[in-house]
Ligand binder design. Structure first.
Ligand code: DUC
Ligand code: ZN
Ligand code: ZN
Length: 460
């Protein structure tokens, strides 16, 4: 027997293991793992001195997403190329329900955005913005169809749901075998603060952060958890940024409630200081929830280490500075979001693993394995095992990179990580056995990414 591809002599690292070995790939799947495999491959990759990780999974992206009168600037082509170059082989993107559309129609809109464009495999979360009996009845059908995760916003005029709808969603999703995700911030407090600040003539980007402090998030996280308890449902809280949020999740988990949480690269590495830079610079990091003070970094890393948080995603939602200028005269009109899809793996390796915040196995867990489990893709995705998709990153732990936005493939004119230094970078990315990125360049075929029909969540 001959493999299609054999990767030789790499250090294979999963969420639980680390050993030197070879990986044989056939028909897009991992066919054999061993030490000095006898069989040859049509293609041989020498991974001596390199790490082999499961391909990254970013379960929180917003590609081609309408927001504040414009669209996020990466579509499924540019966004997934950037992901591939950075070692991410799967994303789960949020399909936002437009006014008047049902969930089936919403999913079709997103599938059309992705088809013929995506270069890596992708799942779709249903982001419910309008609820009635028709939508409620669609939930079990969507789960059967491969869409087992549903998100609601507790804030954002026009997209948010109230506590009653959150309760109904949690109940129905849970009873149907799915998972509800929530963006938790207190809408009413933000509204009051924004009105007051603008009335006082406070229009600059920094007031975005001031209008929605840590308690605005912590209160909503605590409330969402209580509503989940009342609904007897599991819950996943996206993009936690601060102690106030994490403490709520930790408490619920101690009480053995099925509550899970995510943070994002930016909340571990960037602080509110970004908002106090000159001129309109602060707009680059206008996102929701906003960046917090540096004190929070240590709580977030600790929460990752002790499994209070299970996933590090990106909330990738880029806008060109020209688009950000929609809010030049009023911070509340700045489109919310920042890029991050391309650098997540390398940043977390340098600033997480090399800085000794997390072990290399934990790195794999939070960048890939846990998302695969929680979002119903395991073990097809998220690990290195016989029978799994050959989604792999061959990672050069010695490669040093000084980050500048010109080196990146994200379709946007800045990176919030400009000037950051990296040690360790993906060298080769394989998706279903195909080499799709090599030494920072995309070498795959546009549109090769496949829609992932996902299974029910595993609660971690
Ligand atoms: N937060 C952002 O910053 N952008 C998109 C949506 C969100 O919740
Ligand atoms: Zn959000
Ligand atoms: Zn988001």
């Amino acid at each position: 027997m001959k493999f299609d591809t054999i990767i030789r002599n790499g250090t294979i690292i999963t969420a639980t293991d680390i050993f030197r070995g070879d990986i044989g790939i056939k028909k897009g799947k991992i066919n054999k793992i061993g030490i000095s495999l006898d069989e040859d491959g049509d293609i041989t990759i020498d991974a001596t001195g390199k790490y082999i990780f499961p391909g990254g999974i970013d379960p929180h992206t917003h590609l081609d997403m309408p927001f504040g009168g414009t669209f996020s600037s990466d579509d499924f082509e540019t966004g997934t190329i950037a992901a591939a170059c950075g070692g991410t082989t799967t994303i789960v993107d949020f399909a936002v329900q437009p006014k008047g559309a049902n969930l089936k129609e919403t999913a079709s809109i997103w599938r059309e955005k992705a088809e013929g464009k995506a270069v890596i495999d992708y799942g779709i979360h249903m982001n419910i913005t309008n609820m009635d009996d028709e939508i409620l009845n669609e939930i079990p059908l969507m789960i059967k169809d491969g869409y087992p995760s549903f998100k609601v916003f507790m804030t954002y005029e026009g997209m948010r749901v109230d506590d009653g709808i959150l309760f109904k969603t949690l109940k129905q999703v849970n009873e149907s075998g799915g998972l509800t995700c929530v963006h938790a911030e207190n809408f009413h407090i933000i509204k009051c603060n924004v009105e007051r600040l603008l009335n006082e003539g406070k229009i600059e980007p920094k007031y975005h952060a001031i209008s929605r402090g840590p308690l605005v998030e912590g209160e909503a996280v605590g409330r969402a958890i209580k509503i989940a308890k009342m609904a007897e449902a599991s819950l996943y809280i996206v993009h936690n940024t601060c102690k106030e949020a994490v403490d709520e999740i930790a408490r619920a988990r101690e009480e053995e409630y099925p509550i899970m949480g995510e943070t994002c690269t930016q909340y571990l590495l960037l602080s509110e200081d970004e908002y106090f830079k000159d001129g309109f610079e602060g707009a680059k990091c206008v996102m929701s929830p906003p960046l917090r003070n540096k004190e929070n970094f240590k709580y977030l890393w600790k929460a990752i280490r002790n499994n209070t948080l299970q996933v590090v995603a990106t909330d990738h939602c880029p806008f060109f500075m020209k688009q950000k200028e929609l809010g030049k005269e009023s911070f509340d009109k700045i489109p919310n979001g920042a890029p991050g899809i391309e650098l997540r793996m390398a940043l977390l390796y340098t600033y997480g693993v090399l800085n000794k915040e997390i072990s290399v196995n934990k790195f794999v867990e939070v960048t890939s394995t846990n998302a695969a489990k929680i979002y119903g893709m395991y073990p097809k995705k998220g690990t290195i095992a016989v029978g799994s998709d050959a989604d792999l990153v061959i990672f050069d732990p010695k490669k040093e990179v000084d980050i500048t936005s010109e080196k990146l493939h994200e379709n946007v004119d800045y990176t919030p990580y400009e000037g950051f230094k990296l040690k360790g970078f993906p060298e080769v990315t394989l998706s279903r056995g195909e080499i799709i990125a090599n030494k920072g360049e995309f070498v795959g075929k546009i549109g090769r990414g496949e829609f992932l029909r996902r299974n029910s969540p595993i609660i971690l």
